[in-house]
Ligand binder design. Structure first.
Ligand SMILES: [Mg+2]
Length: 228
């Protein structure tokens, strides 16, 4: 299972129900046991409400108590895109037909994205039988929760990256043979990182070269740390 293509979704929302208004979308791709790419979109909250998604007071009150860095991602102070635009980006990002899509809770991220897709008239991005729930897996392998958090909690991308690391840790625990990463896999990631560095700042850089290089560096570091 660890060598499948996985997508880890994390939403920041203004509600808790199946039609919660989306404020940010984070998603991370895992291929062959390695985090390979990520997507992050802040979503214009009004555009979520315009298609019929809903806010609830208790979630808004909860946000008011969170750290300023997390709040700044959902309070409209930063550039954002309309919900259909964010979902279109997610549609481009989830390319693998057999992808396993992980939400944090069986009733949260995947369900809310499906509602949003439906509200925007966009078809499903993955097969329903490939829905996966990280909370259930972490209940089975609680040691995987010990992965240290990097970044800002309740930032959709930082959360998604953290959940992806927890997922990999849990999958390795579930399959002892995959705990030891083969040297070839690490050599391959070193090549990916070197290529990302070579492109950053050149004419081939689409504007995210430095971010991509940093992501690849973190992936390489994690693999090396596991060997240490
Ligand atoms: Mg989150």
């Amino acid at each position: 299972m660890i060598n499948a293509t996985h997508y880890v979704l994390d939403l920041e929302t203004m509600g808790k129900g199946p039609r919660a208004a989306i404020a940010a979308i984070g998603c991370v791709r895992i291929e062959q046991g390695v985090i390979t790419e990520s997507l992050y979109r802040r979503v214009c909250l009004e555009s979520s409400l315009q298609v019929g998604l809903v806010m609830d007071a208790s979630t808004v009150k909860w946000w008011l108590k969170q750290d300023a860095a997390a709040r700044a991602e959902v309070d409209g102070s930063q550039p954002s895109v309309l919900l259909p635009v964010a979902l279109a980006a997610l549609e481009e990002f989830i390319t693998e037909d057999k992808a396993l899509v992980w939400g944090n809770g069986s009733s949260f991220d995947n369900v809310i994205v499906r509602s949003a897709l439906d509200a925007c008239g966009i078809g499903n991005l993955w097969h329903f039988w490939n829905d996966r729930d990280l909370r259930t897996l972490l209940a089975l392998y609680p040691e995987a929760k010990q992965v240290p958090f990097e970044g800002t909690k309740h930032h959709a991308l930082d959360d998604a990256l953290h959940e992806a690391k927890q997922l990999l840790a849990a999958l390795r625990l579930s399959c002892p043979a995959s705990r030891a990463l083969p040297v070839e896999q690490i050599m391959s990631q070193a090549q990916v990182y070197a290529s990302a560095c070579a492109i950053a700042g050149t004419a081939f850089d689409k504007g995210d070269g430095m971010d991509t290089a940093a992501l690849e560096k973190r992936a390489l570091r994690r693999m090396l740390e596991e060997l240490a």
